[in-house]
Design a binder for this molecule. Structure first.
Ligand code: ZN
Length: 199
């Protein structure tokens, strides 16, 4: 499963010093990224990759974080995301369906093919030329969705555009990293509570 490829791809649009950036903004950067991830480095691959990225980011962001596992959210994240969640839930479902439907653009020519191996059949993944990295990312997204439901999610810091795969037993991770976002969010909530403000 290309989980790292998928997560790295989703995380190529970080906010740096308050400004959204794109690590795949130009072809040269895209080719370097593809090479670093052992993918064929061509302009077609790069274009398909950034197209798949926007669809996948949209789908993951449209998933209501409280719907995946209602028992798990921490109290702090829970209150804020619950209010936002109820309002955006219906819109989220609609945009998620639209997003999933548009994944078909990356699936043409993708097939698993049986081949005789030493002990039986090996399943070989056939990927379309020029769209193989994009197809791998889409397949990895679906593998995560089915094998670890709700574990791939957007960082709970609204100012952060990163994503995380929660490997914790309690399924309670909310931030891309405690250092980058967790402590900042906790400090902000602590400050707001102490001055009696609400979000
Ligand atoms: Zn974050």
């Amino acid at each position: 499963m290309d989980e790292n490829l998928l997560l790295d791809l989703l995380n190529t649009t970080p906010v740096v010093d308050g400004s959204p950036t794109d690590e795949l903004a130009d072809a040269a950067a895209g080719l370097r990224w593809l090479t670093a991830h052992d993918q064929p480095a061509t302009a077609d691959e790069w274009r398909a990759l950034i197209a798949a990225r926007s669809v996948l980011q949209e789908i993951v962001r449209s998933v209501d974080p409280t719907a995946a596992d209602p028992a798990a959210p921490s109290q702090e994240a829970g209150v804020a995301s619950q209010e936002a969640g109820v309002a955006s839930q219906e819109a989220g479902v609609a945009s998620q369906e639209a997003g999933v439907a548009s994944l078909s653009a990356f699936l043409d020519g993708v097939a698993y093919r049986p081949e005789p191996g030493p002990d039986g059949l090996d399943w070989v993944l056939d990927l379309p030329e020029g769209r193989s990295a994009a197809a791998r990312a889409v397949l990895a997204w679906d593998a995560l969705r089915t094998k670890r439901p709700g574990r791939l999610r957007a960082c709970a810091n609204p100012a952060c555009r990163l994503f995380l795969v929660d490997h914790s037993k309690a399924n309670s991770a909310r931030w891309c990293s405690m250092a980058a976002c967790g402590n900042r969010m906790k400090a902000r909530r602590h400050y707001q509570r102490n001055r009696g403000g609400s979000e």
